[in-house]
Design a protein around this ligand. Structure first.
Ligand SMILES: CC(C)=CCC/C(C)=C/CC/C(C)=C/COP(=O)(O)OP(=O)(O)O
Length: 285
């Protein structure tokens, strides 16, 4: 049993420890919004961790179903994460149904969904990341802008496409391929990790595919970032920092695709802090 205050403290700790990229943006929010976004993050983290964990698929699906049930009656739970999400949802118009979409997306991971067309991948990205964008928007609030949820959705989808490029090797080692089959075929790529532990790029098809996918992801950033002018200053800074860090990762991958062939690419703490400061001061937005 935890008080609401303790519940928020728990979520803040989880976010600080685990949101290695997004915390740089979240900390730019004023305290109330920061706490609410940490609650959203902590619940999304629980869902994601089930998907990425070591349990057998049936147990994962059961875990996801249990969360779905808890979401149906948030006030019944004494778990600090649900306590904090319930309070945040009372204070901000958080579209809780978006958590259900996140659950749908993680279920796709568990059941081993294949992505044949890019549109199939977009559907997955909308569930696992567009949903998070719309949850963030609930906390940010926006000036009257009917397209705001669409932009938030598109920004999340842009981030997820970046995440997929960053993690191609790691995902493949875990038996997951997110790059659509139609794109792999178009570039003559058969994803495999060689004996040296690197992604094979015989003939340069994978390099070309990464450039192609990065250019497409950039279009989604351009659309999603139309959200920023409709946000208040601190929410705009948070949004610009979160997307700026991922956008910088995308640029780096596009400059040198081989960076993601043998490891997970990340920015240094200093590089992320520079993006966050620029977001706060409005530079580069
Ligand atoms: C409007 C708005 C703010 C839109 C953005 C929404 C958003 C933050 C979506 C998250 C999508 C994403 C790539 C999560 C990866 O989490 P992870 O835990 O794998 O990340 P990490 O590995 O980079 O730490």
């Amino acid at each position: 049993m935890s008080t609401v205050e303790e519940a928020y403290e728990h979520c803040a700790l989880v976010t600080k420890e685990q949101a290695r990229n997004f915390y740089y943006g979240i900390r730019l929010l004023p305290p109330d919004k920061r706490s609410a976004l940490c609650a959203v993050y902590a619940l999304a983290r629980i869902v994601d961790d089930i998907g990425d964990g070591d349990l057998p698929p049936e147990a994962k699906l059961q875990g996801l179903a249990d969360i779905r049930k808890s979401l149906g009656d948030l006030s019944a739970s004494t778990d600090p994460v649900y306590v904090a999400v319930a309070d945040a949802a009372r204070r901000y118009p958080i579209p809780l149904g978006a958590f259900e979409e996140l659950l749908d997306g993680v279920e796709m991971d568990v059941t081993g969904r294949e992505y044949v067309r890019f549109e199939d991948l977009v559907e997955y990205c909308r569930c696992v990341a567009g949903s998070v964008g719309r949850l963030c928007l609930g906390v940010f609030g926006s000036k009257p802008e009917p397209e705001a949820p669409t932009y938030a959705d598109e920004l999340g989808i842009a981030l997820q496409q970046t995440n997929i490029l960053r993690d191609i090797r790691e995902d493949l080692l875990n038996g997951r391929v997110y790059l659509p089959k139609e794109d792999l075929d178009k570039f003559g790529v058969e994803l495999k990790v060689g004996e040296d532990g690197r992604l094979a790029d015989d003939g340069g098809g994978l390099t070309a595919l990464v450039h192609f996918s990065a250019a497409r992801a950039r279009d989604w950033y351009a659309r999603g970032l139309k959200l920023v002018p409709s946000l208040d200053r601190r929410s705009a800074a948070c949004c610009a920092a979160m997307s700026g860090i991922y956008r910088t990762l995308l640029d780096r991958i596009d400059e040198q695709p081989s960076l993601v062939f043998d490891r997970r690419l990340s920015l240094s703490g200093r590089e992320k802090a520079v993006v966050a400061v620029r977001a706060l001061t409005g530079i580069g937005r």
